[in-house]
Design a protein around this ligand. Structure first.
Ligand SMILES: [Zn+2]
Length: 412
């Protein structure tokens, strides 16, 4: 076998051991051998290398079995971290997760992204990334990567934001710009659509954890969708699938920054809810309010039974259901996770949406798709970003630096 193929096989086997430990928790080398189908000698050798890269660690002895007790190994949670960043219309957000999915830190920076423009926004994003990298260093971990969530069409291969209508961005080389500013390796820096990353987080650790056919709809200053079919993200031929917010549902409706009219998101995004439920001078529309404060006011009014607020929530809930019915007819998901602000106001939206879905979806089985509130809320995209960043190393553990003694060079 040529050396290049041997190296590739070894990388694949290292990834297989990591994946097996992720799925099954701590195991002895003999158990890992049985679960992975690799020989015991190979497993021992691979585990040694993973230990030297601090990806796995010793975890006590097997108990309650006959014969000599075996040494257990497990993923070493605090040694590797992923960094997730998010660019939104009104803020930048960041998180650091470790291998076990524990949140090490989270940060929100209010920012008028459109007014700032892409290059100055990237300066701010780089500052936030440096602060996250400092946190990773402070806990003694290694940063696997940085993945940025953006509301728009993203060329993930090139690391370029092709078009983000709400940000007014076109052709922004985000990965190049960020990696250069932070002096971080280009190959461990990535950008993806925010709803795709939110769907990854919901699938990995959220409301629909493990659901293979999943639709995730995120409501914010726009509306995005991430879709998994049979556990695999659906990206389409050019990687731009999921732009459901710009389904033109009303050709005579209001104009949208994308250039179209009557887009679904102009019926259901947070700005629309605010316009319907309040007058321009209403304090709930104060531009200096954080999204969380705005939502607290809306919830308060809904709980108090304020008629105008409840009517606005019904209007948005109905429009949400009309669009969801269309998507359920096309995609037949097992579950729909409502993320972003839809999760915060779920109880006032979901019944209106369900009525529309029940009357518009053709198959009664498809119409029974679970409509769930996100448990990750506005943090889903950054969580997905951090998980995506760690996945690069999960798929190729040789990216993690060797910090202990060199591994022995036995064939895989
Ligand atoms: Zn549009």
């Amino acid at each position: 076998m040529p050396p290049a193929d041997q190296a590739g096989l070894r990388r694949a086997n290292l990834a297989l051991v990591v994946r097996t430990l992720r799925e099954h928790g701590q195991q002895s080398r003999a158990q890992l051998s049985a679960l992975s189908g690799l020989s015991k000698a190979t497993v021992s050798n691979l585990v040694s290398e993973l230990e030297s890269r601090r990806l796995v660690r010793a975890a006590g002895l097997t108990a309650g079995r006959q014969g000599r007790p075996g040494q257990l190994v497990e993923l070493s949670p605090g040694s590797v971290c992923g960094i997730g960043l998010e660019i939104n219309l009104e803020y930048l957000r960041a998180t650091v997760l470790d291998l076990a999915g524990t949140v090490i830190t989270e940060q929100l920076v209010p920012l008028r992204v459109v007014e700032l423009g892409p290059q100055r926004c990237l300066d701010q994003l780089a500052e936030l990334a440096r602060s996250m990298l400092a946190t990773v260093a402070a806990v003694g971990a290694w940063p696997a990567g940085i993945t940025v969530a953006v509301p728009g069409l993203v060329d993930t291969q090139a690391g370029v934001v092709r078009f983000a209508p709400n940000l007014r961005w076109r052709q922004i080389a985000l990965v190049d710009g960020l990696a250069a500013r932070v002096d971080f390796p280009l190959e461990r820096c990535a950008v993806d659509n925010d709803a795709n990353l939110a769907a990854l987080a919901e699938h990995t650790s959220g409301a629909a954890s493990g659901t293979a056919d999943l639709l995730c709809i995120v409501g914010s200053s726009g509306v995005g969708a991430g879709l998994l079919a049979a556990g695999v993200p659906v990206r389409g031929a050019s990687g731009f699938a999921g732009e459901v917010g710009h389904l033109s549902l009303d050709p005579l409706g209001p104009s949208c920054p994308c250039g179209n009219r009557g887009c679904w998101e102009r019926q259901i995004d947070l700005g629309t809810l605010l316009e319907v439920m309040s007058s321009p001078d209403d304090p709930v529309r104060d531009p200096s309010l954080a999204v969380s404060d705005r939502l607290r006011i809306i919830r308060g009014r809904a709980e108090a039974g304020d008629r105008r607020t409840l009517d606005a929530l019904q209007q948005v809930g109905d429009a949400l259901g009309v669009g969801l019915a269309l998507l359920i007819n096309v995609l037949n998901p097992a579950a729909v996770v409502l993320g972003g602000y839809f999760a915060e106001l779920y109880e006032w939206l979901v019944e209106h949406a369900r009525i529309q879905i029940a009357s518009r979806v053709l198959s009664p089985e498809a119409a029974r798709a679970a409509i769930l509130p996100s448990t990750l809320g506005f943090t889903a995209a950054i969580r997905g970003g951090a998980q995506h960043a760690m996945r690069t190393v999960m798929d190729n553990p040789t990216l993690a630096p060797v910090v202990a003694s060199e591994p022995t060079e036995a064939p895989a």
